[in-house]
Every structure is written in C-alpha cells, then in structure tokens.
Design a binder for this molecule. Sequence first.
Ligand code: PDD
Length: 281
Amino acid sequence: RTVYVNGDFLPEHEAKVSIFDRAFLMADGVYEVTSVLGGKLIDFDGHAKRLQRSLDELEMRSPVTPEELLQIHRDLVEKNGIVDGLVYLQITRGAPDDRDFVFPDPETTVPTIVLFTQNKPGLAESPAAKTGIKVISIEDARWGRRDIKTVQLLYPSMGKMMAKKAGADDAWMVEDGFVTEGTSNNAYFIKGNKIVTRALSNDILHGITRAAVLRFAREAQMEVEERNFTIEEAQGADEAFITSASTFVMPVVEIDGVALGDGTPGQRALRLREIYLDESR
Ligand code: PDD
C-alpha cells in the first residue's frame, strides 16, 4: 500500500513517525475517516470542515490547505486503486524533542499528517445491512469533549470488545441514563414516522453521515426529533439504526437482547440507507 506522510507518498513500510509524536505518547491528534464508493469520495467537504473544527478546538494547525487535502485523498485513492474503501487521515500536534505535558511551540514543532487507504470491495453491499446488527448498552466512560474527533479510542475499542464478548456487534454508550452514541457511530430509533436521535452537543460526535441522513429523512417527510432517549425507549421502538462513514445507515435489530419488531432490519432504516447511498454516490 502507498501511504502519505508529511508531504511524501511512500510504500507503507518506509513510512516513519517519531516515537516522540504527541499522538503516540498522549493521543494528541485528530482524525477523519472518509468512505470511497466507486472511486468517489463521499461527503469529503463535511469531513474537511469537521477536521478544521477539531483542529481549532485543540489549537492545532493543519499542515495542508483543504484543497491540498482533497488532492492528497484523490491521489491516494488512485495510487492504491481503491474502488470501494476508506481513507484514514490523522493530524497530530507533532513530535517535540522530549515528552512534556505542555504543548510544544508551534513555531518549532510542526504537525504530523498521515493518510492511508483501506480497501473494502463491496463496502456498500455489506451483508450486515441485510441481517442488521445487535448492540448492547455500556456506560459511557469517555472524556467530555466527544465533539472533537481525537484519536483517544481506547474506550470505544474496549466497548467493541465488550460487545463481541457478549455475542453482539457493537455497543451503545449510556450517560446519566441516556444513550449518547455508538462506539464509532451515531444512534437512532424509529417509532411510527418519527426518527429520534440525541441532539448535537459536546457529548457526541457531530456525525457527517448523521447530518446527511437527517436531511434526507426530512425530505422524505419523516419526522426528526433530536433529544435524549433511554435504552428502554429504544427497545420499545419499531426500528433502530446507526450511521457512520464506514457503515452508512446500518439497521439495529436487537438492543440488550431485546429484539426490535420482528428482529429483522426495519423498512424505514433500509429505505434511508438506500436514499443515502443513492444521493451520495
Ligand atoms: N467513526 N460517533 C463516533 C464516536 C464516531 O467515532 C463516528 C465515526 C461517528 C460517525 O461520524 P461520521 O458519520 O462522520 O463517520 C459517530 C469513524 C467512522 C471511525 O472511527 O472509524
């Protein structure tokens, strides 16, 4: 695979990042994942905007302009012959001379930028979309700025493992009795003609797929309610689903062992998946 590191396209085994990099030592970095379908980048502008917001919130600077970033994405997709897949982008605060909690001087320590592709043939035809996924609920033990897309992914990773051990596919995180989001996706349920999902705040990531899907849902005359909800309320719903750049719209058929409806993907969730894929490709 050809990867991109600090201005160079290189074979992955030649790519190097310092052991003093702040992301390696302190998870001091932000990232984005953009999907590729039929060679086309999906929702790139949204991801680029959110990246800038994450950087601003952490007083970090991008080493490249948005135009350069788009070009790097396109070059990498082409160099790796990606038809369907993902582009992973990470920007860190860089590698100072030594480990120190204080942010390094941005004049002397420049950000590290890394991009790589993941080849996922048939990404949009995922078999999971036909069966739906099962989720369990877990405590949300993350920090309080989940609106910033940082590379602190240990807890989400542990959550995914808890789900696997419980025979499920993913976990929905719960704080003060209310669902925040999935380990790496936003969470929704549908009751009647109404979609319910948590409102945007620092408590969740402002999903790029979420924004598009809610727009399409409203255009399709579905009602959208952005508010807190409990696991019990979602268990009593007709349907549920998650959204993310890598899963698009993925039906949820079971929450903490309770099947939704007849335990198969809901019609509205599948319709939203279809609309999202049609409109984005
Ligand atoms: N995850 N919430 C969390 C905690 C996420 O990590 C993600 C994305 C989302 C969905 O955001 P978007 O629709 O912009 O992808 C919500 C990416 C895909 C990942 O970590 O791989």
